[in-house]
Design a binder for this molecule. Sequence first.
Ligand code: PEP
Length: 242
Amino acid sequence: MAKSLRPLIAANWKMNGDMSWVFKPADFAALYHAEDREHLDVLICPPATLLGSMLDPQQTGVLLGGQDCHAEVSGAHTGNVSAEMLKDAGASFVIVGHSECRAAGDTDAAVNAKAKAAARAGLTPIICVGETEAEREAGKAQKVVAAQIKASVPKLKSFVIAYEPVWAIGTGKTATPEDVAEMHDAIRALVTPKTRILYGGSVKPANAEALLALKNVNGALIGGAGLEMDSLVEIAKSAPKS
Ligand code: PEP
């Protein structure tokens, strides 16, 4: 069934990759031809060291994004990159509030400031939210996610939400389609109808079709399976036509 929002299939390479990986978008494009890709957006978020060397999105049709950004434009912030720097290096999106960054100290307020910085630089922020296993077991998943959205999503014209249950990231455990549908329906009630809501957490070719078919799932944020272009192609092919 056609969906009204164009699916976004986003790969987060995390701290993986060297200069030989800059060619992977071309592998993706070769395996998955442009006409088949017309109904969706494919995004790769490589380490910042590779961003400026990656193949031109205009040539490959594969968009580029950052994995995190600082809230300031520039200054004495050793080890950080600003949203403006990511834009300058070819990014059009940036992930903010990934659970690995939240675990390292990013508060909702920090995520909110980073999302605003992304918009200031002309990037679309992908704002991550998600409950821990203990919060889910305590029946608090929806409450936790709603509170994260309230505090970490600024008023912006354009942003993407990624629902990533912390216990499903990099663990091989995936939320059931029923749990994902329930959470995405709840998130839909908090954001505008044109906001894309991605699911993330051990998405792979074997489970992508069932997850991407859900009404309020508008794409996926993919870690491990996004490192292999053939897996990423399989996942992208599972996306329903927009
Ligand atoms: C992620 O890091 O955002 C993620 C979803 O990872 P994985 O797909 O490996 O669970």
